[in-house]
Every structure is written in structure tokens, then in C-alpha cells.
Design a protein around this ligand. Sequence first.
Ligand code: ATP
Length: 343
Amino acid sequence: MRLRTLTTLHYRNLAPSDLAFPAGVVSIAGPNGAGKTNLLESVYLVCTGLTDAAKLEQLVRRGEREAYVRADLLRIDGESRLEVGLGRGRRAYKVDGVRVRTNALLRGSAVWVRPEDSDLVLGSPGGRRAFLDALLSRMSARYAHQLALYERNLAQRNAALRAEERHDLGVWDAGVSSIGSEIMALRRRVSARLEPLAREAHVALGGHKDLRLSLVETTTPESFVQDLAARRSEEFARGSTVIGPHRDDLAISLDGLPSGDYASRGEARTIALALRKAELDLLTERYGEPPVLLVDDWAAELDPSRRAFLLDLARSVPQALVTGTEDVPNASLHLRAHEGMFS
Ligand SMILES: Nc1ncnc2c1ncn2[C@@H]1O[C@H](COP(=O)(O)OP(=O)(O)OP(=O)(O)O)[C@@H](O)[C@H]1O
């Protein structure tokens, strides 16, 4: 899969532009704040429907009301046009000219490798849940749909827990537990497939320690309803649902020690890179071809062997957009970024 052209209008600091990309490694170099990350972010958003911006309006250029991104994508089964329009608190997607739901499975796919990926390993469980959710949402339209439904049900249940008069929670318990159980089952399946791929990549990256991934669940699909009932008074006291997939974690360990507490920054970066490689492998299998690879700040925090791994990976897929303050050697196109423009 590869991007042929990208059109952006009022997207963050990007100047309105039409860019054409060849196959292979596209090197995008430029100074800090030039808009390199914004360019990758716009590609990721239009290809996957995903963003981790806290508010959609952050994606719109300051002073403008709406932004637009269009990508013409070449897939093994033909071309596809993906579009997203962004406004205050809303976004609208089109695939080949037809409006689609926000959490529909888009025809594009992308994997984004970023320096802050170390936070996946060193940061809070929320980041690892977001990693699993983002991966599963690109693999299964059902998952994306059920996740959105779960979040709505959870918000309503939490509101009921905080309400002054005590509501009967039975109907919320049934909803949250049945949707939550499906989410847990899908996460179990994907994390079981993720582990061997991440372990293999970790070894290829020169990681000598034994990498393990395991889901840490606060309840089980079988006992969810009973566990909710058992925690009732605690939930009323805290005004929130204390168990369920929104509280689970993907535990990562090296030689049996939890990585969040023990891994060095370099080890964390290696694990994060192994997770991204595993993500790429799973999406390649799901889509029948490798997704577009986006590498942000390729030289950041990486020693020569990890840089070589990353560049080999970039060269192994049909297309990789790779940014940095330095050029990537032997790229098929060298773009220079300056104040939101690329030439
Ligand atoms: N909504 C917005 N409107 C206008 N400018 C924005 C908006 N959001 C971010 N920016 C600007 O975009 C610039 C950041 O661009 P970006 O993160 O893409 O830089 P970069 O080239 O990746 O830099 P670095 O090498 O430091 O990572 C900042 O100057 C920021 O102020």
C-alpha cells in the first residue's frame, strides 16, 4: 500500500499543498517545528481514522474553522481516495466519494513509529490500552464499533453511580459486561498473536533479555457481572466503574521484571520498536499488504544498530515516509520541510 498524493488544507501549520510521493523511502528533513510530525499525523489520520489529539480543533490551523486532508492511495487491488474534513468537535470521512462512519474500517492503513513510543513501555496503562485499541480498530470494524459503544455505556453507568439518587444499575451492568466481555476476548486474541511477533523483533533488534507481554485483566468475561455486583459500594463511593477493559493493562516484562519499573530508556525504546514491528506484521496480514510506514524523527534516541533496523524496515515495505533533522541516506525522494512547506 502506498500514498500517491496528499492534499492538505488548514491542517495545523501545514501550508495548503498537494504533494506527490513515490514508492520507497521518502526522506523528509528539516528543522524543529517545521511541520514534519504534522505531515505524518495527517497521513495517519486520513489513512486510519485515528488521532490522539485531545481535541479535534487542535488539528485545524489556528484562526481557521475547518481543515481537510485527502489521500490517494494505491493498493494491490486498485486506487482509493480517502478524505477527512475536520471542524470543531466533529469529523467526516469519505472513501471513494462516499461518506462512511467515523469508526468504519478505512481502506488505508498505516503504522506510525515515534520517539515518544517509549512511553508505551514506561508510561501508564492507558497508553498500552490505547495501543491495543488502535491496533484492533484497524483490524476489526466490529472492535471499533464495540469500543465506542462500551465507552458510551460506561459514561452513562458512571453518571448513574454519581447521581444523587441511587439508580438500579442492572441494565448498565448487563450492557457494560456484555460489550466489555467481547472487547476482552478480542484483546486476548490479538495480544496472543502480538507476543511472538514482538519477541522475534526484539531478538532481531539485539534485545538479549526475555520479552513477555501479557494482558492483566481486572475481571473476566465469565465473572464480569458478579464482579461488578461485588464492587458496588466501592463504585458508589468513587463514582466510577472500577473494573473492566478500561482498567486493564498489557503488562510488558524483561527477564520477568516489569518494564515500566525496571527497563532503561534504551531498552524501552527497543521494546517499543519491537511492538511497532509486530503491529506492522499483524496489519500486513490483515490487509494482505504492508501498510504505509511513518517514521518520525528516525535518528532520535537510537543507537546505530537500532537505526539500521528501522531503516531496513523502512526499505522492506512498499513505502515509508521518514522524518528527521538529518536526511535519510539513499531515499527515493528527499523533501525539505520549512515552515509547513515541503519542497
Ligand atoms: N493548529 C495549529 N495551527 C497552527 N500551527 C500549529 C497547530 N498545531 C501545531 N502547530 C505548529 O506546528 C509546529 C510543530 O510542527 P511539528 O511538530 O510537525 O514539527 P516538526 O517538524 O515535527 O518538529 P520537531 O523536529 O521538533 O519534531 C509548531 O510550531 C506548532 O506551533
